[in-house]
Design a protein around this ligand. Structure first.
Ligand code: 6R9
Length: 643
């Protein structure tokens, strides 16, 4: 667990927004007096149309969180309009295209105009407050305009990752009954085109309620057209007014839905509301990244994930920051791309995922050393546990042993960072997300639900409400309660395990449920299993994760065929294709093992623990197999272990 090395706060951060004493004082206040603390933050960070009647009204036993009741505000005004007097000509977004020759700056004034025009187009198409709008986009500024245009008129956006398949897109559109889709002709990633409009057309064939599909022209490639339903973004926005009256929203009105994987069933539409989410996004952005006026900040996430929502769009813009948005991939045209971009745009803060760090580490130091990176001040990590080797490389080679690393733990459901070092306050331990953020009241629980005091290992839970807390699972409030608030009544259950060392540092050990983390992307084992059993030759499938050098976790599938069906390589390929088709390329299985039988208890429950051990090749520690209906199944699986 504990790494021996500790990296103290560097002298260059002695004037940081938050130092160690300030962290302790603010953290204490935030826990002892949440209403006082968050009330002050709310005045400092946001502009309100109407003040609140009460700061917080929450009850975790029923999953209820209500923040700033009675208050009114608009998110797009907070992210754009209020900055205009001082920053109209300042860059809001730097866009770096897939092709290194393509980049541009978008000022706050330009952002305002673009968002207003699109908001007007949406209104003209009949989109009103509370309507759901699906956004299926490449990483282009219009993706952010679309989110902010929804926020401006009070529509609820649901961004679906541009790498998802038509099938996955369709499911998400239908689940929240989105009636408007914003997409592009094609995306461009690593020099390859992604057929977004064609995917959208395939999805929309099964979505009769979608009345409008707004299409950004990104590549100019040929697309099919549905008259009446489809409209070109550039034509519609050119004809719309450049000013748009914002909708004054209640603090608790929904801002967005974002689908994420759980351990069972279909993806959950995590719903976030307006004020609490924006406040915590804004506060964590400023303090975690010690953001200074005028600095260039770069988060490499896709806007299809929560990190892109909170730390490319809402957190930075609420602070009037300069946020870099990157269309491409870290290895195109070569593995030096990120470091080149850092020099090109004088990036001060670089926030990425361990999977990218490991992949770039694997290529060696040369592509890094080609660049200067003198502008860098701070590095960040998010999405999965970062192994100490990757941490050390990131620190020494990328950051020249000069830049602290903030390893930020949080979730789609938490909305904003929950555990993180603060660069001016926290001595760093490689691999530890360290301490809770302001207002985050954590505990570690034993299996029986009792709290662990001091050092120990257990289930990570949150003890009291935080402003950016998930409000509901769209259309299924009971699922919110069942998933997060029932396992340990009175607590929010994260689904993660963690240890706490003698100094109080938290070390996240990973999911304790049937959720995989593949390259930082969450995926339920059940989702992959459902895709596999769609094949008519497949009788049953069980999917587990196994350690993967680059991806963190790989996907290992045990597949039982129907009686009389013969295993073959061709069939394996069909199954791989099926997963990609149903979910997307991120769900591509790494290993498929034919399993004539699966280890089951006498009540028919698959013993995943055993399947995990076999996939991990930890055959010495299979544990008790005597409760299995047929223990010999295990021997046969071991004998035929794949990969
Ligand atoms: C923001 C985001 C959430 C899950 C979470 C945990 C893992 C995220 C981490 C981390 C260790 C970190 N996770 N950050 N594990 N250290 N710094 O990633 O949201 O996609 O919902 O994933 O990711 O397992 O439960 P999301």
């Amino acid at each position: 667990m504990s790494e021996s090395r500790v990296y103290p706060v560097p002298a260059s951060f002695s004037d940081a927004h938050i130092n160690a004493a300030r962290y302790r004082e603010m953290y204490r206040q935030s826990i002892d007096d949440p209403a006082g603390f968050w009330g002050e933050q709310a005045e400092q960070f946001l502009s309100w149309d109407k003040p609140w009647d009460s700061v917080v009204n929450a009850d975790l036993t029923i999953g209820k969180a209500e923040w700033f009741a009675g208050a009114k505000l608009n998110v797009s005004v907070n992210c754009i309009d209020r900055h205009l007097p001082a920053r109209a000509g300042q860059t809001a977004f730097i866009w770096e295209g897939d092709n290194p020759a393509d980049s541009k700056h978008i000022t706050y004034a330009e952002l305002h105009e673009a968002v207003c025009r699109l908001a007007n187009v949406l209104r003209e198409r009949g989109v009103k407050k509370g309507d759901r709008v699906c956004i299926y986009m490449p990483m282009i500024p219009e993706a952010a305009y679309a989110m902010l245009a929804c926020a401006r008129i009070g529509a609820i956006h649901s961004v679906v990752f541009g790498g998802f398949s038509p099938e996955a897109l369709k499911d998400r559109i239908l689940d929240s009954d989105c009636q408007t889709l914003i997409t592009a002709d094609e995306g461009l990633r690593g020099g390859k085109k992604v057929a977004l409009k064609a995917n959208a057309d395939a999805a929309l064939a099964a979505c009769p309620n979608v009345h409008s599909c707004i299409v950004v022209q990104r590549t100019g490639g040929d697309v099919a057209w549905s008259e009446g339903r489809d409209l070109w973004y550039h034509e519609a926005t050119a004809a719309a007014a450049g000013d748009c009256e914002p909708e004054s929203m209640d603090a608790e009105d929904p801002l967005f839905i974002l689908y994420t994987s759980g351990s069972t069933g279909k993806p959950k539409g995590v719903l976030h509301s307006t004020a609490g989410y924006l406040l915590q996004a804004a506060m964590t952005f400023k303090y975690t990244f010690d953001y200074r006026e005028g600095e260039v900040y770069w988060c490499t996430a896709d806007v299809g994930w929560v990190t892109g929502h909170t730390y490319i769009v809402y957190g930075p813009l609420a602070n009037g920051a300069i946020s870099l948005m990157f269309e491409g991939v870290p290895t195109y045209p070569d593995a030096g791309r990120c470091w080149e971009v850092i020099d090109k745009h004088q990036v001060a803060t670089f926030y990425t995922a361990p999977t990218a760090i490991r992949a770039l580490h694997a290529v060696g130091d040369e592509p890094v050393k080609r660049s200067s990176r003198a502008s860098l001040r701070l590095l960040g990590s998010v999405g999965e546990p970062i192994n100490p080797e990757a941490w050390e490389w990131y620190y020494r080679v990328v950051g020249d042993s000069r830049c602290p690393i903030v390893d930020t733990w949080w979730q789609t459901e938490t909305g904003a960072q929950m555990i993180t070092p603060l660069p001016g306050a926290t001595d760093l331990k490689p691999g530890s997300a360290s301490f809770p953020m302001f207002g985050v009241d954590l505990a570690l629980l034993n299996e029986d639900g009792s709290e662990i005091e001091g050092a120990g290992a257990g289930y990570l839970v949150v003890k009291s409400s935080w402003p950016a807390q998930i409000r509901t699972v769209y259309g299924d409030h009971q699922r919110l309660i069942d998933t997060y608030f029932s396992t340990y009544p009175g607590y929010y259950f994260t689904g993660d395990g963690a240890t706490r060392d003698e100094d109080g540092y938290y070390w996240i050990t990973g999911r304790v449920d049937d959720v995989l983390n593949v390259s930082g992307h969450r995926m339920g084992t059940a989702e992959v299993e459902s895709a596999l059993v769609l094949h008519d030759k497949v009788a049953e499938a069980a999917v587990v994760g196994f350690p993967h050098d680059i991806k963190g976790q790989g996907i290992y599938c045990y597949v039982t065929l129907m009686d009389g069906e013969e295993p073959s390589d061709a069939l394996k390929q069909e199954l791989v294709k099926l997963c990609v088709q149903e979910i997307g390329p991120i769900a591509k299985p790494d290993v498929i093992q034919w399993a004539p039988g699966l280890p089951k208890t006498r009540s028919g429950k698959i013993m995943r623990r055993i399947l995990r051990k076999i996939a991990e090749n930890e055959l010495g520690s299979l544990g008790d197999t005597s409760t299995l209906a047929d223990p010999s199944v295990v021997d046969s699986l071991i004998e035929n272990r794949a990969g």
